[in-house]
Ligand binder design. Structure first.
Ligand SMILES: NC(=O)c1ccc[n+]([C@@H]2O[C@H](COP(=O)([O-])OP(=O)(O)OC[C@H]3O[C@@H](n4cnc5c(N)ncnc54)[C@H](OP(=O)(O)O)[C@@H]3O)[C@@H](O)[C@H]2O)c1
Length: 326
């Protein structure tokens, strides 16, 4: 089968279509004939040589796919050949076939296109496990989402608003702020021309945001804390603008605030399986009714993975970028 591999770290053009052996499912694994794979920021880091696949996973990128079940391991009872599925992976999605732990597989929700379903597992599992499970966002609270037009942001806005939160998003252009409002953000801040701390305080009569989903890092953490309500929770899931932060510890204490960092792929398999089960229970019904939908920017042929990476690096995209394998 064909896979898109990274022969050596470098720019997007190092991605190479390579013939590799088709994988065979282990006892608790499902073999998926890949229809499409999602492109994620982690794939770009991996390509640059900073975020290798964990042991046991294929060395090529790809954290999520959609497709049809082509085979099952001896201990798999919940999936059968021909099922239309999407799955969270530790790597290896940029290929014509991939194996996934049976507990990380989800049915394609009725009404969702098989290609578009490839853009769901990583963003839904990330947003559910951070904003809802760890930070326990509740109806009526205010959620601040940085990067409202990103893959993660576009799902966080939809889920926050679907579960009754008031959502404020940040984004870098007027087109992206309008896009964020279209997904359910009550207020979208152009962070290049407005101070999100002031906007959040004004919009909440000084209360602040109860939960912040931060994909920026660096100096944003201290500004998140400024914008945070007493008892607020900051979820730090990326360090795009820097891996070190300076925090006013007194303010952290006075606000009884919590700051969490987490990465989905590094969590033990049992935790990822539990997240997928919770996602199926809580988010899948919203996808089935259309209340929440995959937000797809563009679909590239698998063999044009370099073009897909260049588009993500341009930051011009709105929502998810996908690779179509067939
Ligand atoms: N920890 C985890 O478990 C986990 C899981 C999944 C993803 N992630 C990380 O989360 C991040 C988002 O992932 P993604 O797939 O959604 O990436 P993406 O679609 O490429 O989005 C990145 C976004 O960051 C925005 N951005 C950059 N600087 C910003 C700033 N100062 N304020 C507001 N927005 C800013 C960009 O929008 P503008 O052009 O508007 O700036 C861009 O839309 C990535 O870094 C990814 O690695 C972490």
């Amino acid at each position: 089968m064909r896979a898109v591999t990274v022969p050596h770290p470098g720019d997007a053009h190092v991605l190479t279509v390579t013939d590799v052996a088709e994988p065979a499912p282990g006892d608790r694994e499902v073999l998926i004939r890949v229809t499409a794979a999602g492109v994620n920021g982690a794939d770009l880091s991996q390509r640059r040589g900073h975020y290798p696949s964990p042991p046991g996973a294929p060395p090529w990128p790809g954290l999520e796919v959609s497709g049809e079940v082509a085979g099952v391991g001896a201990a798999v009872t919940e999936w059968t050949v021909g099922d239309r599925v999407c799955a969270l992976l530790p790597g290896g999605g940029y290929a014509e076939y991939v194996t996934a732990d049976a507990g990380l597989v989800l049915p394609v929700p009725p009404g969702v296109d098989l290609v578009e379903a490839a853009g769901l597992p990583e963003v839904v599992a990330t947003v559910w496990s951070t904003v809802f499970q760890l930070a326990e966002l509740r109806s009526g609270e205010t959620l601040l989402v940085h990067g409202g037009s990103s893959g993660i942001g576009s799902m966080a806005i939809q889920l926050g608003s679907a579960f009754g939160a008031r959502v404020i998003a940040t984004a870098g252009t007027p087109e992206k702020t309008a896009f964020s409002r279209g997904l359910g953000a009550e207020i979208a801040v152009d962070y290049k021309s407005q101070d999100f701390v002031e906007v959040v305080k004004d919009a909440t009569d000084g209360h602040g945001a109860d939960v912040v989903l931060d994909i920026v890092g660096g100096d944003y953490l201290s500004r998140d804390l400024d914008a945070l309500a007493v008892g607020g929770r900051i979820m730090s899931i990326a360090d795009r603008s820097g891996g070190t932060a300076s925090i006013d510890v007194g303010l952290l204490m006075r606000k009884r605030a919590r700051i969490w960092g987490t990465t989905l792929r590094a969590r033990p398999l049992s935790e990822r399986v539990a997240i997928i089960a919770a996602v199926r229970e809580n988010v899948w019904p919203l996808l089935e009714t259309g209340r929440v939908h995959p937000v797809i920017d563009s679909v590239f042929p698998l063999v044009d993975a370099a073009q897909a990476h260049l588009r993500m690096e341009s930051s011009a995209h709105l929502g998810k970028i996908l690779l179509q394998a067939r």
